[in-house]
Design a protein around this ligand. Sequence first.
Ligand SMILES: [Zn+2]
Length: 375
Amino acid sequence: MRTSASRHIRLRGNYRNMEEKLIRIVAAFVSVISLVSVFALYHFPQLRLWAEETAAFREQKSLEEDEQMTRLEILDYNMENIVEKGEGEVFSQQLRLEIPEGVKSEEVTLENNYLTQMFTITIPQADEYYLYDYPMVGRSDNIADMTYKSGEGEGVVEIQFGEVFEVESTYDGQYLYLDFLTPRELYDKVIVIDAGHGGDSSGTIKQGISEKDLDLAIALKLKEVFEEDKESKVGLYFTRTDDSNPSAEQRVSLANILQADLFISIHNNATESGRFSSISGTSVLYDGHDESLGAKHFAEICLDELTKALGSINKGLAEENETYILSEAKVPAALIEVGFMTNQQELANLNSAEYQRQAAVGIYQAIMRAFDEGY
Ligand SMILES: [Zn+2]
């Protein structure tokens, strides 16, 4: 009994010795580390910079996590900070981003989606700490929301506008400056062109030809016609320029948000039964819900110019009260049915590049005439 008790005491004594030893080792280790860091921080500026950046990073991270500040609030905070520090080179531009070291400006991609009013900046090599390492500064007015995501070797900043902006970008070394301009600052007139259908919505399909493709082809030809007119100060906005299918709401909102001078939707017709017939020609739909918009007269102009340019039969105007994009439009709107896909000859015409081009010229002339008439 005694022996074992004394052994216990001895063992405890050994433990105490070991603890003391361990404490001494840790203390020595800590002081060496501190000495090394103090030495390093003062002798290697890069390390000091790193320490400062880490502090800035912690500050922003705690703002985000503890204060639950949004990206926009952090932007304002950063801006106030640089103004206070006197670094606020008062830049007239809206935003300044810093591109990570080693990334070239041409590797950064910028995409402005007018339909969703979302501006996307994709930055290679930007990781989850990108905005901490390279704080963004600028003004948050005009921005409704901002998010940042990273993964797969790149970072994506998404800027949600509440309206349509044109974004002008300039680079100065590693800095990317972004300016937001309203279309009205750039153009005398603004129009929205809507190619019907798209994606899963083909519209009429006849002999392997889909209406959505004809509608888009004419819209893209119209783009060319405007590009050839070097004098033109008309801003052209498209609801689609590819095989996508925006919702009816997105299509008409684009015209409304832009407060477009004119809104034109391009479609093609078919007989009710869908059977081929001798019926052919151009017709234009409008909604007369708000006479002050002058939609009916604009539709007349379209019908007149289209039939002249195409030599097609005038199938007249049609008042439509149940076509969403027309009834929701707060701007003068017309839906053009260029021709009948259920007429063999007209289908062949509509499928030819020359006829599509003529349709585009007719629409262009209608737009110009409408402007002359005060739209
Ligand atoms: Zn259609």
